[in-house]
Structure formats: structure tokens, C-alpha cells
Design a protein around this ligand. Structure first.
Ligand SMILES: Cc1ncc(COP(=O)(O)O)c(C=O)c1O
Length: 406
């Protein structure tokens, strides 16, 4: 029989930290927390980027059919062949890239998993990852979880609200070094709506080549573009095909954020590593929804044209409403968010303003500081999502007018 430890020995045992140092280093997602607050206070949720309108009928039908046909067991860990073939065909059609569906694609549980699996697959402890800020908030914890050191570079807001957010080339070059493993790019960009121009991507490409760094590019808003903006994948630039991991997913293009289907496209060597990490993280994305993904990715061009048109109309609905309520708005060229400047309201910071909005005005937004490594950079900003029905946007506009009367 194993002797029981005495009560004295138990009391004197040194306490081990319950929580890992990594988990202590980041907070819960502010965006997802704002959704919970919206529910708590009965506020309209313009915080989290998920549509409140139905997904396309043909895609839902394809999912139902797949479940009916008993495609209900694990798919191949790196993705159902039908979906990988559809991804390769779409990459060829939209980006002109030849991609081998057998060796260069890993289907994951959303682009969220594709990003963390990619980072875990390529970084060693202490490697540096360049991240533009404001950034989609997952990238910060992603870097911590993969033991990488984030190096942030500011995207500066335009003085003229209709202008472009820009990075300073000297500031970007200054954070690249032999320790740089990769740069994370997100174009079209959340939260700024920036669509990176060819010259900017070429500058980034040159740095990647000079410092032997990878580009990990999140292109989840590739079809949501305005004012003639063009989406360019950095993988298509000379010298970048082999050093780019291109991440995308179904969530935004097909309005199915709850399905959790995304993917990473990369060279066979990189894909090999990403597939291994992915396998042990999640085994695979939902099998029937991958089949529906193959249907989704084969939609005609008119689907994407209509998607962009509908989002343009929503942008045109929310922009004037925000201005009327007293916000300075930065006009997005892509994605479905509007970053605003809240200086005119006289609140001490973005968090107290967002709290006021959700509790007293009845609209949930995201405080700007949650998109920055240095919270003070976002202290005068909040973000609104406009992936919502006209009714939702109009109700939000009505409520926001109360800000004028307050
Ligand atoms: C830039 C960006 N990447 C990734 C995601 C999440 O994508 P997924 O649903 O494919 O995990 C979001 C969601 O808001 C996003 O804005």
C-alpha cells in the first residue's frame, strides 16, 4: 500500500502556479466579451464581426445533403479532397496561382486555427514576428502561444478620414532583423479597412527576401472591397510563392462564421509542418461543412459581385449615421468594419466610452485599445461592424443619435 502523505507534508509542499505563464500573459477576447455584454444589456451588437442575416440557401442545402449522405465521420485530417480541389481551383481563378491540393493545402477549424497552426509550425522560442497594429486581436495571443516575440509596427490613421492608413517604411524596416521569422499581414484589414497597395506589398516582399522571413497573410476579407480597391495576394509577387502562407476561410465570404472552416495554403515543406500541428490540435474541421465548402467555393462570379455590392450598401448606411451621431469615421476600402475617432465626445478613454455605449445607448462596439499592443494608441478609437441587416443598422443609428442629445 502506498503510504498517505501526512497533513503536515501537504501543507508544506510548495504551491505550484495553477495557470501557465503563457495563459497569464493575455486576457480574454475583448470582442467576444462585448458580444456577451450586448446580450446582457439588450444592446445591438455592432461589436463582433458576424452577419445577422441568413447564409446562402445553396450552401446550407449542401451541408444538409452532406449530413443526410452520412458524411459524418472524420474527414482526411488535412481536409476533404473535394474542398481542397475547390480551394486550388479558386486560387487559380482569382489569384492566378497554381496550388497542389494534395501537398499545399491544410483545411483547419477556421482561419483562426490556420493562423495558430502556421505559427506553431514555423516559429522557435524567441523568433520575432512582425505585426501591424491596430491588429485583429488574435494575433497577439497567437504570438505568445507560439513562444514568438511580437514586434509591432503602427499603421498610422490618415489626417483626412477619407485617406489611407499607412505604415512608415523606416519604422517597418527598423523592426526587421535576423531574428525575424515572419510578418503577419491582414489585407483587406480588420479593423482599419485598409487594402494594402502593390507598392506596399512590394516593400514588405523586399524585406522578407532581405531578412529571409516568411509572410503569413490573412486574406479572409478578400472579396469585400469598395471604391474600386483591388486585393493582391503577396504570394503572387516574385520571390514570395515559397515564403508565403496564405490563410483564408469560409466565415466571411459565405456568412458562416459558426461553421469553423478555414485553410492555409503554403509550399509542400511548410504544409507538411502545418498539417502535423493541425492534426494534433484539432484532427480536422467539420466533415459535412467541408463538403458544403466545396459547393460554396464553386459559386459563380455574380455571387462575389453581389456580396461586395451588398456590403457597400451597408457601409453607406452606417457611415452617415455614425457621422451624424458625432463620430469622425475612417472610410474602409475593404472588410466590414468602421474605425472611428471618439475625441468629440469628451470621454476619458475608449473603454469608458464603449461601456457607456453598450449600457446606456444600447449599441455594442469594440474599444480601440484592444487592437493595439500599447492601449494608449487606441484610446480615442472604437470600431463598429456593419455585417448586419438594414433593420439592425437603422435601429443602431437611431440609438446612436442619443449621443447628440446626451
Ligand atoms: C482578420 C480576421 N481573421 C480571422 C478571423 C476569424 O476567422 P475564422 O472565423 O475563419 O476563424 C476574423 C474574424 O473576425 C478576422 O477579422
Amino acid at each position: 500500500m502506498v503510504p498517505k502523505p501526512s497533513a503536515d507534508r501537504l501543507a508544506s509542499a510548495p504551491a505550484k502556479p495553477l495557470i501557465s505563464e503563457k495563459a497569464e500573459r493575455f486576457t480574454e477576447s475583448v470582442i467576444r466579451d462585448m458580444t456577451r455584454q450586448a446580450q446582457l444589456y439588450g444592446a445591438i451588437n455592432l461589436a463582433q464581426g458576424f452577419p445577422d442575416f441568413p447564409a446562402p440557401a445553396e450552401i446550407k442545402r449542401a451541408a444538409q445533403q452532406a449530413i443526410g449522405a452520412d458524411i459524418n465521420q472524420y474527414a482526411i485530417t488535412w481536409g476533404a479532397r473535394s474542398l481542397r480541389q475547390a480551394i486550388a481551383a479558386k486560387m487559380k481563378k482569382c489569384r492566378g496561382l497554381e496550388v497542389d491540393p494534395e501537398a499545399e493545402i491544410t483545411v483547419c477549424c477556421g482561419s483562426t486555427e490556420a493562423m495558430i497552426a502556421s505559427l506553431l509550425a514555423v516559429t522557435n522560442a524567441g523568433d520575432e514576428i512582425v505585426i501591424f497594429e491596430p491588429f485583429y486581436e488574435n494575433y497577439g495571443p497567437d504570438a505568445i502561444l507560439s513562444d514568438a516575440r511580437p514586434r509591432f509596427v503602427t499603421l498610422h490613421p490618415p489626417a483626412d478620414p477619407a485617406g489611407e492608413w499607412r505604415f512608415d517604411e523606416r519604422e517597418l524596416r527598423a523592426v526587421f532583423s535576423p531574428r525575424t521569422k515572419a510578418i503577419i499581414l491582414n489585407t483587406p484589414n480588420n479593423p482599419t479597412g485598409k487594402v494594402f497597395a502593390r507598392t506596399e506589398l512590394e516593400f514588405i516582399r523586399d524585406l522578407c527576401l532581405e531578412f529571409d522571413a516568411l509572410a503569413i497573410t490573412d486574406e479572409i476579407y478578400e472579396h469585400i472591397l469598395y471604391d474600386g480597391a483591388n486585393h493582391l495576394s503577396i504570394a503572387t509577387l516574385d520571390g514570395m510563392r515559397e515564403r508565403t502562407i496564405t490563410i483564408n476561410g469560409m466565415s466571411k465570404t459565405y456568412s458562416v462564421t459558426g461553421w469553423r472552416v478555414g485553410w492555409a495554403v503554403a509550399s509542400p515543406a511548410l504544409t507538411n509542418a502545418i498539417r502535423k500541428v493541425h492534426d494534433f490540435l484539432t484532427v480536422g474541421a467539420p466533415a459535412p461543412l467541408q463538403e458544403a465548402g466545396a459547393t460554396a467555393l464553386s459559386m459563380p462570379d455574380s455571387y462575389y459581385e453581389e456580396l461586395a455590392r451588398a456590403y457597400r450598401a451597408r457601409r453607406e448606411r452606417l457611415l452617415p449615421a455614425l457621422r451624424q451621431a458625432g463620430f469622425k469615421t475612417f472610410v474602409p476600402r475593404g472588410a466590414y468594419y468602421i474605425m472611428t475617432d471618439i475625441s468629440s465626445f469628451g470621454f476619458p478613454d475608449d473603454v469608458s466610452f464603449a461601456q457607456h455605449l453598450v449600457k446606456n445607448i444600447g449599441v455594442a462596439s469594440v474599444p480601440g485599445s484592444s487592437f493595439y499592443s500599447r492601449p494608449e494608441l487606441g484610446a480615442r478609437q472604437v470600431r463598429f461592424a456593419f455585417c448586419k441587416t438594414d433593420t439592425t443598422l437603422d435601429q443602431a443609428a437611431q440609438r446612436l443619435l442619443k449621443l447628440r442629445k446626451a
